[in-house]
Design a binder for this molecule. Structure first.
Ligand SMILES: [Zn+2]
Length: 93
């Protein structure tokens, strides 16, 4: 292997995190959307950790490429529900 190829390979490897995470992010957004969540853009926590949360219910989702379960969060498999507001009871006299 030539030095140039090694160099490119190394550079590619260093930037792997985000490329590996992109399909996962798309997948997470899709499945969150199916449950009516509206995810914020992902925050890059580290090279292989990304997080987001739902704008409506504030539930979170974390993608950690080093974790045994790369996608983990409250958003998965749970339908979005707005935090409940107390309704005023009207009593008519
Ligand atoms: Zn939600």
């Amino acid at each position: 292997m030539s030095i140039v190829v090694k160099h490119i390979f190394k550079r590619y490897n260093n930037g792997m995190g985000i490329f590996e995470a992109l399909p996962l992010m798309a997948e997470v957004k899709k499945s969150a959307h199916l449950n009516n969540h509206v995810l914020e853009n992902f925050t890059i926590e580290s090279q292989d950790k990304f997080s987001s949360k739902c704008k409506v219910c504030k539930k979170t989702i974390v993608i950690d490429l080093k974790a045994e379960l790369p996608v983990n969060g409250e958003v998965i498999g749970v339908a979005c529900q707005k935090p409940e507001r107390k309704k005023k009871v009207q009593i008519s006299s």
